[in-house]
Design a protein around this ligand. Sequence first.
Ligand code: ARG
Length: 573
Amino acid sequence: MNTIIEILTEKVSNAFIICGYQDSFGSVTKSDRPDLCQFQCNGSFAAAKIYKKAPIIIANQVTQHLSCDPIFKTITVAGSGFINMELSDSFLLQYLDDLLSDPHLGIKQTNTQETIFLDYGGPNAAKPLHVGHLRSAIIGDALKRLAEVTGRKTISDIHLGDWGLQMGLVIAELEDRDNCGENMTISSHDWDTLYTIASQKSKENQQFLQRAREITAKFQKGDTKYLSLWQKVMKQSIKNIKETYRMLHVDFDLWNGESDAENYVPELIETLEKKHLLKESMGAKIVDVALPDDHAPIPPVIIKKSNGSNIYATTDLATIIARMKQYHPHEIWYIIDNRQSLYFTQIFRCARKAALISQDTALIHLCFGTMNGKDGKPYKTREGGVMKLSDFYQTVYEKVHERVSASAFSENTDKEMLSHKITNAAIKFGDLMNHRAKDYIFDLEKFTASEGKTGTFLLYTIARIHSLLKKADYDYERNKPVSIYTDTEKNLILLLALSNEKFELAYNEKAPNLICEQAYEIASAFSKFYSENHILTETNVSKKQTWIYLCNATKQILHKHLDVLGIEPVEFM
Ligand code: ARG
């Protein structure tokens, strides 16, 4: 299904050709003066230069040619050659109806067979998730959904940090506690403190640190005893991580980790050696990735440290080999914060240089900024410590629950379930409405308010529509609207009919904030329409039918927006 802009551009471009000009001048955009018209074409000005004619002459010819087309209510020339257009009501209503009948709600599906591989989440096992893990999960999940809604196949991988010293430290600490037997038990309180205690101990006690290092080397080399301990810790850790992500309704297709890359390290080294890319530098093995026209120095990638151990970069490169072999993705996206930008530049250059990926596979770092507190610094606990992700969720949940408890709901309302849904919407919308690369300030009051640009407002709008539709007895197939009665109604219809285009744009720009923006615009337009009209008590049957139809259309289209944002709608609020 073509978007309205495409339909208009095709029509106007054809008219340019028929009038003797190039079709490229016929490009149509949304009007930048919506008070004057809905759409515009400014091509006559560029055409005027080529064809040495006044723009108004060209605009008049093209307009005259299109004036009888039933798609337009009006098509006129304004100023010295702008073509202004307004769509006819019948076209708008028909278009909206076609969009609603389309299983994809008019969202263009890519015709390429693309697989997008997404790397997000990335927590380190053996440590509790903290607020710093929030954005990667929410943004990664929304980007995955955006890729799917535009017809792409996706695979997501959490890429756990599970192979480093942090695991050795935790195992050493468990040994000290004599908690390594068959029935190793780690309570959730223990989980929260285990790594911190072990890490503190390693700073004060050299022997402990040495032992943790040895343990790390042992499980990495496949030592039976320590590999089995490692597996036990991993099992518990994954269970914990899953529980926290479940609160946010975030999941992953693959729960792989750095450890899964281990088998591909020999192949990585071999490839780098064969291509003569590996160099010795102060006992370490490195790959140069600097380019002559770099504005800032790009340091080499260290593949093996002087003590022979593999590091973060080794794992990421080996993981690329694994992903290419197993999934042949067309693109690999890394949804990881801004601070790792230089690192990914190095990794991507090294992967290309060594041809670890095929020519047409793109490696993309989709970075994001920090969630800050009101002081403009990374969000912390009241005492200034690192805040656990589950505590953060709980803080928002309590605020929401307090508000829900104070509202009058019927007795059998599951207030907890409702509060969880609102909490999710508040957190996700509050995060995603900002461009991902920017920092933003988390403001509990603002994010949970039912007015303004919030997830709560969106849920509220949907709940309102739901309750109205429940009361309305309506046959959508038989009662298709034939006229538009008011301006607010037309404004809403236009927004709905243009909504499909944004999904493609948001995908191309990897910008879920565009979906937030549009969802808010639609919900606001709906609120206006709803408050201006008494829908259920309207006595003019045809008017009432149009309005109910429109309520349903708004609900369907808003649902699609929420779906992409990973927010579950509610039926009442
Ligand atoms: N575990 C890493 C960290 O805590 C993030 C992993 C990101 N993903 C990756 N493929 N490097 O910083």
